[in-house]
Design a protein around this ligand. Structure first.
Ligand SMILES: NC(=O)c1ccc[n+]([C@@H]2O[C@H](COP(=O)([O-])OP(=O)(O)OC[C@H]3O[C@@H](n4cnc5c(N)ncnc54)[C@H](OP(=O)(O)O)[C@@H]3O)[C@@H](O)[C@H]2O)c1
Length: 237
């Protein structure tokens, strides 16, 4: 049995990545705050708060316990969870809010990787995909910590690609504007503006991101250290 791990698997892009991998008969462990692990029955959906170090430790411990029961190993990793948090000028964001947002979008995933490395799981892996954002390249007002964290995600993905080669391929997917609760929370005016500025004149679908993630994990055997932009041309000037 092949195993995969997807963070932020309770919604949007992560949820679709999880279901696409399960369709390939891969056992997928999902992490998110919305998941409440059953007290008795071991569940593939495990509580994870990436902004809390202790939660990450518990998540990895429970995930590894599940793996060991089936003598399995993680083959694929999708580091997808992310949060814009309430958009506000950096002037009004406290340092603790700033640091929490960086943890959720970036350093929480590094801690998770470190724990997997210490358990020996990283060495057995085949491929890792990070979900960054075009906003990690563009930057935008009122989302400074999110943009900074997403820029870090892309560079960390490149750095890891070098370090983990030739065994583990590491790539990054940079979505533009995709139809998810995150996008819905940005409001109608933003949405209309985006559609107008996007050469393909629409918002993307979660499956259009998830299919790229699946390709980078299971095919793309000579692709590592790459970033794939999935934004309908929004980045083009
Ligand atoms: N939608 C877009 O237009 C777009 C564009 C560029 C990049 N992205 C990126 O794509 C990824 C997925 O976003 P989405 O659009 O699918 O948004 P979404 O529907 O809001 O999903 C976000 C996921 O991240 C999880 N999450 C948030 N904070 C977390 C935390 N502290 N600990 C653990 N999990 C957490 C959420 O689960 P819980 O709430 O249950 O914890 C949820 O499963 C994110 O990294 C996002 O930045 C999205």
């Amino acid at each position: 049995v092949e195993w995969a791990l997807v963070t932020g698997a309770s919604s949007g892009i992560g949820k679709r990545c999880l279901s696409r991998l399960r369709q390939r008969h891969i056992s997928v462990i999902g992490g998110a705050r919305r998941f409440k692990t059953q007290p008795v029955e071991p569940s593939l959906e495990i509580y994870l708060d990436l902004s809390q170090a202790e939660s990450i430790v518990n998540f990895v411990r429970k995930s590894l316990a599940l793996l060991r029961r089936s003598s399995g190993h993680f083959k694929y990793l999708v580091l997808n969870a992310g949060e814009v948090a309430s958009p506000t000028s950096w002037r009004d964001q406290s340092m603790s809010q700033f640091e929490k947002n960086i943890k959720t979008n970036f350093t929480g995933h590094l801690q998770l990787l470190r724990l997997l490395q210490q358990s020996g799981e990283l060495a057995n892996m085949s491929a890792i995909v990070f979900i960054g954002s075009i906003y990690g390249r563009l930057g935008d007002a009122n989302v400074l910590s999110y943009c900074a964290a997403k820029a870090a995600v892309e560079i960390a993905s490149n750095a890891l690609a070098k370090e983990l080669a030739p065994k583990v391929r590491v790539n990054c997917v940079l979505p533009g504007h995709i139809e998810t609760p995150m996008m819905a929370s940005a409001g109608q005016a933003f949405r209309s503006q985006v559609i107008e500025r996007t050469p393909m004149h629409r918002i993307g679908r979660v499956d259009e991101v998830a299919e790229v993630v699946e390709f980078l994990l299971t095919s793309g055997t000579f692709i590592t250290g790459s970033s794939v932009v999935v934004d309908g041309g929004y980045q083009l000037r």
